[in-house]
Design a protein around this ligand. Sequence first.
Ligand SMILES: *[C@@H]1O[C@H](CO)[C@@H](O)[C@H](O)[C@H]1NC(C)=O
Ligand SMILES: *[C@@H]1O[C@H](CO)[C@@H](O)[C@H](O)[C@H]1NC(C)=O
Ligand SMILES: *[C@@H]1O[C@H](CO)[C@@H](O)[C@H](O)[C@H]1NC(C)=O
Ligand SMILES: *[C@@H]1O[C@H](CO)[C@@H](O)[C@H](O)[C@H]1NC(C)=O
Ligand SMILES: *[C@@H]1O[C@H](CO)[C@@H](O)[C@H](O)[C@H]1NC(C)=O
Ligand SMILES: *[C@@H]1O[C@H](CO)[C@@H](O)[C@H](O)[C@H]1NC(C)=O
Ligand SMILES: *[C@@H]1O[C@H](CO)[C@@H](O)[C@H](O)[C@H]1NC(C)=O
Ligand SMILES: *[C@@H]1O[C@H](CO)[C@@H](O)[C@H](O)[C@H]1NC(C)=O
Ligand SMILES: *[C@@H]1O[C@H](CO)[C@@H](O)[C@H](O)[C@H]1NC(C)=O
Ligand SMILES: *[C@@H]1O[C@H](CO)[C@@H](O)[C@H](O)[C@H]1NC(C)=O
Ligand SMILES: *[C@@H]1O[C@H](CO)[C@@H](O)[C@H](O)[C@H]1NC(C)=O
Ligand SMILES: *[C@@H]1O[C@H](CO)[C@@H](O)[C@H](O)[C@H]1NC(C)=O
Ligand SMILES: [Cu+2]
Length: 669
Amino acid sequence: MSQYALLVASTVIACLLNGSHGTVTEKNTYENHTCIRECTLNSSRTCVYDFILEYYFTLTKACYNCPINVTDCYRPHCVAANGYPRAIMTVNRMLPGPAIHVCKGDTIVVNVQNALQGGEGTSIHWHGVLQHDSQYMDGVSMLTQCPIPSHTTFQYKFKANNAGTHFWHAHSGLQRSDGFYGVLVIRDAPEHEVHLGLYDFDLPEHTIVVNDWLIELCVSKFANHHHAGGDNKPESMLINGRGMFQNFSNNSTQSVANTPVAVFKVHQGRRYRFRSISNGILNCPIQVSIDNHNLTMIASDGNPFKKIEVESFNIFAGERFDFVLAATADVGNYWIRARGLADCSVKKAKQVAILRYEGAPDEQPTQPISYEDANRSGKKLNPWNQKGTEELIQITDLDSLVEDDAALKDKPDKKFYIYMDFNKIDNYHFQDKTYYPLSAVEKAKHLYMPQMNRISTILPPTPPLTQYKDIPTGTFCNPETINKNCTKEYCECTFLLKASLGDVVELVVIDEGVTFNANHPVHLHGHAFRVVGMDRLNDSTSVQEVMRLDAEGKLPRKLTKAVSKDTVTIPDGGYSILRFLADNPGFWLFHCHIEFHVEIGMGLIIQVGEPGQMPKPPRNFPKCGHWSFQGYDEDQTNQTETKCNVSSASMNNIGTTVLMIVLGAFWMR
Ligand SMILES: *[C@@H]1O[C@H](CO)[C@@H](O)[C@H](O)[C@H]1NC(C)=O
Ligand SMILES: *[C@@H]1O[C@H](CO)[C@@H](O)[C@H](O)[C@H]1NC(C)=O
Ligand SMILES: *[C@@H]1O[C@H](CO)[C@@H](O)[C@H](O)[C@H]1NC(C)=O
Ligand SMILES: *[C@@H]1O[C@H](CO)[C@@H](O)[C@H](O)[C@H]1NC(C)=O
Ligand SMILES: *[C@@H]1O[C@H](CO)[C@@H](O)[C@H](O)[C@H]1NC(C)=O
Ligand SMILES: *[C@@H]1O[C@H](CO)[C@@H](O)[C@H](O)[C@H]1NC(C)=O
Ligand SMILES: *[C@@H]1O[C@H](CO)[C@@H](O)[C@H](O)[C@H]1NC(C)=O
Ligand SMILES: *[C@@H]1O[C@H](CO)[C@@H](O)[C@H](O)[C@H]1NC(C)=O
Ligand SMILES: *[C@@H]1O[C@H](CO)[C@@H](O)[C@H](O)[C@H]1NC(C)=O
Ligand SMILES: *[C@@H]1O[C@H](CO)[C@@H](O)[C@H](O)[C@H]1NC(C)=O
Ligand SMILES: *[C@@H]1O[C@H](CO)[C@@H](O)[C@H](O)[C@H]1NC(C)=O
Ligand SMILES: *[C@@H]1O[C@H](CO)[C@@H](O)[C@H](O)[C@H]1NC(C)=O
Ligand SMILES: [Cu+2]
């Protein structure tokens, strides 16, 4: 722990150098932020960060001769990624963006400056932070706030009240996939760490962020896949924003160079707490393992469970796992391997990083690194679409170390069956009934709709949490209120389920799995849930079958020591049963964390409590109006009485648009 002393000392200097606002400088990496410290009770601080959000590119001029000269790859503003040239989105010209490491009880303040060229709005979600009393800081565009218009700023401010390994990412369009993501770790005082005795160090440098990575802007792949014949398979993967993929050759020697991989340093004989995060983008569960080492798994999504030693684990989009690594091998370099499953197996998406022992040379391990080489056998936590066995440990096989609470009572107060699948339905956004109906299109271009209860959710025209009164009547729906046959016709609305404040809610989430052997990791905002049941019944199932089994008492529930999480996989052809105490009033998104799926509506809103029970946002919290056109009121003298006034936030958008038109006209001349 003494390593913290060093960090703190150097931060004082970093602070004195705090420079101008609005430009990206070295201090914006926050690598040595004053809030990075040993956490103790009653010593909370306010931790401030400036985030500048931009479109950017890999291997820019900031990279000079990277990777032929590898040192250049570490220059400020150089994003080498996996070496593939592509447009990206960065916060402070870093990939991932700045890591936030704070202590429980601290106040996090992030000033977001939207510098996106192109007039795009944005917002940032703090994945895993429950936001009690700061619901309007959850960062979901059009649910808990308006998108932050380009060339404006927004301040996030909330208490870091629930400890654990979390992360932050954009919750607006597909931006998370292009680079708007980063680490958010909230450490607790040692007194509260149940696993404290298992490790010697818990350091920021041992945080691992894995994700699949495309070779183009996500929206390009999205449009190609949904409108033409493009696939939805990731090509590559990153570990902490780094990796090997693209080959470079120095012509005079023909030797192959690659962009550098992430390196994690350890001392032989010590034990380290590692914190891993998946910012998975497409359908890409990731198997993580470290050569010559086993992993002692101790926590997920911020909640500890009874330790269990495995050889590898799978991590799904949005999940986090903490493990202890004992550096017991010979001094040397070892591969840390990330192997993409499901859609990531098609192009063998994989990545490596290096575990380097103190005293080992600055070299790569010699072990081969093919996709197949990363298929670690032996005990594995969190299998993908496999039944649990002696070797395959399901989430429900773990014993939570979070005390049993009301969520685990015998009978929940509210119970919902949520069934998911890819449905063969003529969706007018991607098919045209007249010109190219589903039936006329070749099978390879058939598009199946990932839906919940056969509904595609679109977010409301104004955020219900902050502008409830502005929501047009008839916006919200649920399977009972929809008066359409959604098996026959495409159904799109704002799917909302309601719970009273204090209810224990049970979600029986089913993946019917008829169409593909797929996967939908689901994430709940504002609450952690207990995973009380999980099984893969068969290659496919149906909501009717699961309801029948449930009625017959054949869906076992683990009502003691069920693990607490906020993101979990639903086995295809099976189900997961989730329980939570609805103690956080607000509008909370519950959604599949696969970017293409949530973007076309695989999610729903859980309303907890009545609007009157939800805390009011600050009086000057930005607003936006909805744009459903109701005709112009030509009478200028009667403007204040028009129904369709626009608020300041949307005025900003108009301003930008006008500016762009003016510029456009200028260029045309
Ligand atoms: C943070 O501190 C470390 C250790 O003193 C130093 O090596 C590193 O350059 C610092 N990082 C930044 C961005 O200032
Ligand atoms: C921290 O504060 C709480 C209540 O404010 C108090 O009960 C506790 O003794 C304090 N702990 C320390 C270590 O000062
Ligand atoms: C590589 O780049 C570094 C700066 O990043 C520079 O100091 C060094 O001289 C370069 N090496 C070569 C061989 O050009
Ligand atoms: C780079 O070279 C390796 C080894 O020859 C090869 O397996 C890999 O496919 C190459 N990468 C790309 C993107 O072509
Ligand atoms: C290698 O040669 C090719 C073509 O001769 C040239 O386009 C490229 O820039 C050269 N690369 C380096 C690293 O010198
Ligand atoms: C290629 O590598 C050789 C030997 O390492 C070095 O002398 C030369 O400068 C390099 N050429 C380029 C274009 O980087
Ligand atoms: C990892 O665990 C397996 C048993 O599951 C054991 O056979 C193996 O020796 C262990 N490896 C190390 C490096 O501890
Ligand atoms: C990975 O290894 C397991 C056994 O550990 C084997 O059953 C499976 O077929 C392997 N998968 C691949 C893709 O090789
Ligand atoms: C809805 O449509 C499907 C497919 O056409 C049909 O099988 C089903 O019976 C319909 N359901 C109702 C309630 O009409
Ligand atoms: C699993 O599905 C297959 C094919 O649909 C069916 O034949 C089999 O009976 C099912 N098994 C169970 C246990 O339901
Ligand atoms: C202003 O609008 C109201 C209601 O929209 C209408 O009744 C009234 O006649 C209008 N006043 C004028 C001066 O046009
Ligand atoms: C319309 O403007 C009035 C006065 O500025 C304001 O009170 C009201 O909230 C606005 N309505 C909407 C939908 O923005
Ligand atoms: Cu999904």
